[in-house]
Each structure stands twice: as structure tokens, then as C-alpha cells.
Design a protein around this ligand. Structure first.
Ligand SMILES: [Zn+2]
Length: 744
């Protein structure tokens, strides 16, 4: 690709007012590192990215997986009709009734149920509209969802061509949605169920069919407050109606795991949970989208009289099945998941560790390691002995980065850790990214609940948990040292598989490359095969050019092989200054006055590690206009003052760059320089740089560097018609500079 095209692409991709660009190349290590025209990987994202709204993509770190619930990416409205509770289509009449009296129909009513067919069992005729292509993902998922309902209930689904009857019309519409129940009066010729893009799983189809046969969302039941707490403060204002309760007659026990239950962060505007289970050990169950549960199936079988039909056909009674067990189609007991045996007479003891391998109660000092499973909403209930308080040291803390939430604030949406001292109330702060890496937190009370929400495949969390004595506290009862513990640490298995390239193919495989992503004007530079281990013997280079912005480099993730720093990232900035980064560093945070830099990633031929994701942000120092191109006329004299010059001590930092431009053919003479810059060794803290050769990186051979206090006349004259001036001030004692220039 032509360099010019590259530039144009990047400028378009960068939707911030700062114009900066990145030149990017990636090549094998034996090639020379000269600025090249290699392929550029840039993807444009909508800006600003708002999560929770309409199929916008989060700022993806490539080569990983980030899971979402379908309710989060569903559209808010379809064809001008708002979706109720995220995925329910209502008729205009239902909306009106809802607004007037907050309830609109009795779902249990015969009127909304599917009617028996010739076999005597309820019959749901359906057809695929033309948008559902035969053999498509949607068609397959719909078939699987239908089969799932048929094999567990007495509902029969029959594909039909007769449109003059109530039936389900499956479409690939916008999002996943359905009406509730059979709406015979509104839709005598069929009602739509949309299985749009991203909805093509058996579980989601089963959920939407659930609505179509008359199911509500589980947490709208009238008894839900006995099981869950709704955090109304965290719900989007437009969505608070989605958490209304109904007057329901609840014939089966509240089911956290129901396929009809909202997930933890449903309709959250700020990334904090909107639903918590009162019992801390149940949080991980809500938001199931895999399959119908025993209770989902039981409810349908009760609603549609399936059990009575089977009892009659089998000549048996469900009384023979214990507990909630019942006689199923095969004339044997269908047992709840916690019992087994021909009459459901044998209880299955609950597992020592919860099903997610993470949720647990900790009462003794231990190391907690989160499993690598994705989609966790793991609750670790830490209970210290009397007069003790939990002390938590995070030895591994690498969660997905912050994203922009609906309040336009940076929030921990995809991964988050909360420390709740007042469970089930949510905490006031959430952590993600590398916020708590290496940090120790002492709880303010005897109990603290870690609520860990993990949706990024590469997230890592490990913590040492100890208990500290509260000074001056005397236990009312003597402490026993051996208390029962349900603690179990499942070790995260670190993937050590290296990708082996196929040798039999004639075409050599394309070597994996570093990539660049742009999000909200920030570039993300990502190592090849990030998250799987980068390949050996690779080199990539990225360089940035801008005359209007400072540079801020931060590591999102940085994990290179630690052997003798042989795999490294080398940052070259102004005046030939370099920084070498290697090993597993929790935080890199580097600023430079100029968005002119070179970054090289070099690996040796052995050993590797996960790699890096580094953010490269073009920044303007807040409230300071200190990146400027100043055009001068022939003979003009110009005085350039740094911010705060002559103002005494100033705590504020400054990262500035100016370019003085004289008419073509003339030069610029620096006639006087007054410097009040506090000295530092190698000028590594505060400095002023001058270059008259139009060299963006201010090479040391042809540039002047100052970091001391002096007044000097006749400093230099430029070789070209431009003078580049870069200035960095980190310390209060640096009081700036005044430069007097003249066009000659
Ligand atoms: Zn739903």
C-alpha cells in the first residue's frame, strides 16, 4: 500500500480533532528496519463507542473472545416499535394497556395458549419467512430450538404452508425478539419471531419460543424480591420499566437458572450489576442461555397439561415420583437435577465447589485463583474469623480494559471486580484493566464479597487472602483455628502450546503480524497472535508522526518472555532517547512532548509469551494550547514563551511542541534563549529541544538540548525554513523558557 494511502486511511480512522498518524510495518527479523509500505491493519470503530447499544463493537483486543448476552446487543426498537424488556414485541394495544395500568394480559389464560392439534397435544404451526435461508445459521438454530422444546415437553411444532391460521413466522429480523403467547386476535395469519444476527443459538431460540408459548422473564415474577435484589441505581433510565413485576401465579419454584432470567448486568448504564442474588452462591446461575432448565420444562408441561396427558397415556401417576418429579412421555419419572433414581428418591449432594468452579465461601487463609472459563459471574464470599478482617493481595490482575459506557464515563463493563462489604448491595468502585495488579486491599469489615465478572477469554485473577487481627478487638467467643472451609482453588492452566506451522503445504503460511487498532482516537498496537503466544524470530515496527499532539504510551497488557530481556519492545523518542521494555510488566506509562516515536518489537528464536497490547494516545495537554504551528513572515521577530514562564513554581506538567515556519528560502535565527529549566541527569526529566533540519525525532547529532538555568544570545540558525521546538516539564521547580527568534 502506498504511504500516502496509509496516511489517508489513518486520518480517516482517527476521529479525534488531533491529526496524527501511524506508519506501520511488520516483517521478519532478517529484513532491515526501514520505514516501509507494508500492509496496514487498521479497523475503524464507531466513535464514541457506547456499549450496550445496538451491535456496536467494543474496542476489541484482537485474537481473543469477549462474550455478551443477546439482550445487550439487541436493538432498542424495531421498525419504530420499542422492544419491551429488551426482547419482547408488544402490540400497540398492549403498550397502551401497559402505560395505563402496568399490566396487560393474563398469560396463563387459555386465550393465549396454543391449542391442541389432532394428536391431542398442543400444536404450534410455524413457517420460515424468506429471510430465513435454508441451511443458514438461523434456520439451523431454529430447528435446534424447536427440537429442544419438542423433546422435553408435549408441545408439537409443525412446519406449515397454511398461512390462514395462527402460527409462528420465523424471520431474520433486527435482533432477537418475540411476542408473548399466541396472539390469535392480533395475528390470525401468524405472528413473527425474529432470530436475527447473533441470535443463532439453540438457547436464544428456546428463549424466544418461550415467550411465544406464553413465558415471561423470570425476574418479573411477583415473588422475585425473595430471591434477587434489583439495583435500580444502575439501570438505564429508559429501561427502568423493564424491571417491573407482574401479578403472576407461580406454580414452580423461582429458578435462578431459567433461560428466561435476565443476566447480571442487564440494562446497566454504568457497568455495575443491575441484579444480584440474595444468596451470594447463586449469582453465577443467572443469565443462562444454554438450554431449558428442569423448571422451565416443568412450567411448560404444567401450563399445557402435558403431565396429565402422559399420566393418562401411561396409566401411571406422578405421585410415584418424589419431590417435583413427574411422569414424562417415556412413562418414567422425570427428576429434578438434585435427585436421581427411578422415583427421584436419591438426592444428589451439592458439589463442593459451585458449578462455575469459582463461586465459593472462604473462611480460612488461602490463595484464590479464578478459573479461565469465560462468562463467569463469580462470587467469592470471604468471611474472616471474629475480630479479623480480610486482607487481599492481588498477585494476578489482568482484566479487560475500561470502555465508554452510556453515561459517557469510562467503565468496567466486560470484566469487573467489585469488593462488596455490604452484600448484596453493589460496591462504590469497580476495578478492571490492571487496576489492582500487585495491590493489597484490607477490608473494613469482617466479611467482604468479591464479585468477579469475567467475559474476556484472557482475563486473569489471582489473590492471596489472609486475615488480619483488628487491634483492640476481643472475640466474644474463643476463636477456633480450624473452621470448616469450602475453599477450593482450581488452578488456571496456562496455555503453553505453541502454534506449529504446517510444513506440507507448498505456499508458505503468512507470518502472523503485529496489528494496529484505532478506538476513540487512540491507537492500540498488538503483538502477533496476541493471547496465544507470539511467534519467535519476529520483528515489527510502528512509528508515529504528528505536529499537533503529545504522546502517551500505556500498556494494557504486557507479558514477554523474561529470559535476559532478549524479547523486548524498544521505544525510541526525541533526541535518540530509548526505553527498553521486557518481561512481565504490570504498568508502562510514558509521555513525550511529541507524537513522534518509533516502537520496535524484537523477539529471539526461542521462548515466547502472551505478548502485548499497548495504547498509543495522541494527547494535547489539558487546558494548554502548547502544540502549535506558527507561521512567520519575512523579517518577523517572534517571542515564544513556554506555559507558566515567569510565573514562579507551577505544579502543572507540560508536554509541548511548536513549529515555527518561515517563508520558503529563509531561515530562522534564535537570537535569545532564557532558560529556567531545573537540571536533571541526561536531561531525562525536564528539557527543551531545538531542531532546525525538519527532523521530527530531534536526532542528538543535529539538535540542541537544554536543561539548566541560563540566558544566552545567538543560539543557532536553522538549516531550513523551520524551527522545531519540543519542551517537557514534569517538576514544579522548572519555570519554563523564553525564546526570541527572527526570520532572516
Ligand atoms: Zn426475553
Amino acid at each position: 500500500m502506498e504511504a500516502l494511502k496509509v496516511l489517508a486511511l489513518l486520518v480517516v480512522a482517527l476521529l479525534s480533532p488531533v491529526t496524527s498518524s501511524i506508519v506501520y510495518q511488520d516483517e521478519t527479523s532478517d529484513a532491515t528496519l526501514s520505514p516501509g509500505d507494508d500492509e496496514v491493519h487498521v479497523r475503524q470503530y464507531p466513535s464514541p463507542v457506547t456499549v450496550n447499544s445496538r451491535h456496536d463493537q467494543p474496542p476489541l483486543i484482537v485474537n481473543d473472545s469477549l462474550i455478551t448476552d443477546f439482550m445487550e446487543v439487541n436493538p432498542l426498537e424495531v421498525d419504530g416499535m420499542e422492544l419491551f424488556e429488551g426482547d419482547i414485541m408488544l402490540t400497540k394495544e398492549q403498550w397502551r394497556m401497559l402505560k395505563e395500568e402496568r399490566k396487560f394480559q393474563n398469560y396463563g389464560s387459555e386465550l393465549y395458549k396454543w391449542q391442541p392439534g389432532p394428536s391431542g397435544f398442543p400444536l404450534v404451526p410455524y413457517r420460515f419467512e424468506s429471510s430465513v435461508a435454508a441451511g443458514s445459521a438461523a434456520a439451523n438454530a431454529i430447528a435446534a430450538g424447536i427440537a429442544h422444546w419438542e423433546s422435553n415437553t408435549c408441545l408439537q411444532f409443525e412446519q406449515t404452508t397454511n398461512t390462514a391460521q395462527p402460527h409462528l413466522r420465523f424471520i431474520v429480523g433486527s435482533g432477537c425478539w418475540s411476542y408473548i403467547g399466541r396472539l390469535f386476535q392480533n395475528f390470525p395469519n401468524g405472528q413473527q419471531v425474529s432470530i436475527g444476527r447473533g441470535c443463532e443459538t439453540m438457547g436464544i431460540v428456546a428463549h424466544e419460543i418461550g415467550h411465544a408459548i406464553g413465558f415471561n422473564h423470570e425476574q418479573s415474577r411477583s415473588d422475585r424480591d425473595d430471591y434477587v435484589v434489583i439495583h435500580f441505581d444502575n439501570i438505564r433510565s429508559s429501561a427502568s420499566g423493564n424491571f417491573n413485576q407482574r401479578n403472576t401465579i407461580d406454580v414452580v419454584t423461582y429458578d435462578y437458572e431459567s433461560i428466561m432470567h435476565y443476566s447480571t448486568k442487564a440494562f446497566s448504564f454504568n457497568g455495575f450489576p443491575t441484579i444480584s442474588t440474595i444468596d451470594s452462591s447463586k449469582n453465577h446461575l443467572i443469565g443462562n442461555r444454554d438450554a431449558l432448565t428442569f423448571n422451565d420444562i416443568l412450567l411448560a408441561n404444567l401450563m399445557y397439561g402435558c403431565i396429565t396427558s402422559w399420566e393418562d397415556a401411561c396409566g401411571m401417576s406422578s405421585d410415584s415420583c418424589e419431590g417435583e418429579g413427574y411422569i414424562g412421555a417415556s412413562c418414567s419419572c422425570v427428576c429434578p437435577p438434585d435427585t436421581t433414581g427411578s422415583n427421584c428418591e436419591t438426592p444428589i449432594p451439592p458439589p463442593a465447589v459451585a458449578e462455575d468452579g469459582c463461586t465459593q465461601t472462604i473462611t480460612t487463609e488461602t490463595t484464590f485463583t479464578s478459573p479461565s472459563t469465560n462468562g463467569l459471574s463469580c462470587t467469592v464470599d470471604i468471611q474472616a474469623p471474629e475480630c479479623h478482617t480480610p486482607v487481599i493481595t492481588f498477585t494476578q490482575f489482568r482484566l479487560y480494559q475500561k470502555v465508554t459506557c452510556e453515561n459517557n464515563q469510562a467503565c468496567c463493563y466486560y470484566d469487573s471486580l467489585e469488593l462488596r462489604e455490604d452484600y448484596p448491595n453493589t460496591a462504590s468502585t469497580m476495578y478492571c484493566s490492571t487496576d489492582l495488579a500487585g495491590q493489597t486491599i484490607t477490608a473494613g469489615s469482617q466479611r467482604v464479597v468479591l464479585f468477579y465478572f469475567k467475559r474476556w477469554s484472557s482475563a486473569l485473577l489471582e489473590a492471596d487472602i489472609t486475615f488480619a487481627q483488628v487491634p483492640g478487638c476481643e472475640p466474644a467467643t474463643p476463636t477456633t483455628t480450624t473452621s470448616t472451609s469450602t475453599t477450593s482453588t482450581s488452578t488456571t492452566s496456562t496455555s503453553t502450546t505453541t502454534t506449529s506451522t504446517s510444513t506440507s503445504t507448498t505456499e508458505p503460511p503468512t507470518p502472523p503480524k503485529c496489528t494496529i487498532e484505532v478506538h476513540n482516537g487512540v491507537f492500540y498496537w498488538i503483538s502477533p497472535l496476541f493471547d496465544e503466544n507470539y511467534p519467535n524470530g519476529r520483528t515489527c515496527r510502528v512509528s508515529g508522526y504528528s505536529n499537533t499532539a503529545a504522546f502517551h504510551l500505556k500498556s494494557i497488557v504486557f507479558d514477554l518472555d523474561t529470559t535476559d530481556c532478549q524479547d523486548y519492545v524498544l521505544l525510541t523518542t526525541l533526541f535518540g532517547k530509548t526505553q527498553k521494555y521486557c518481561g512481565d510488566i504490570s504498568k508502562i506509562n510514558f509521555k513525550s512532548p511529541s507524537f513522534n516515536f518509533i516502537l520496535d518489537f524484537v523477539t529471539n528464536d526461542m521462548d515466547n509469551s502472551m505478548g502485548f497490547n499497548i495504547s498509543l494516545a495522541p494527547r494535547i495537554t489539558p487546558n494548554q494550547d502548547c502544540h502549535e504551528v506558527i507561521t512567520l513572515e519575512a523579517g518577523q521577530e517572534y517571542t515564544l514563551d513556554s506555559p507558566f514562564f515567569g510565573q514562579g513554581k507551577q505544579k502543572k506538567k507540560a508536554y509541548c511542541e511548536w513549529r515555527l515556519v518561515a517563508p520558503e528560502g529563509s531561515t530562522i535565527q534564535v537570537k535569545q534563549l532564557i532558560s529556567r529549566i531545573k537540571p536533571s541527569s541526561d536531561c531525562n526529566k525536564d528539557f527543551l529541544l531545538l531542531n532546525g533540519n525538519m527532523e521530527k525525532l530531534y536526532p542528538s547529532e543535529t539538535s540542541l538540548q537544554y536543561c539548566s538555568v541560563f540566558n544566552t544570545m545567538d543560539i543557532m540558525t536553522t538549516e531550513t525554513n523551520m524551527l522545531y521546538v519540543a519542551y517537557q516539564k514534569k517538576r514544579a521547580k522548572t519555570k519554563g523558557f523564553r525564546l526570541k527568534a527572527m526570520v532572516v
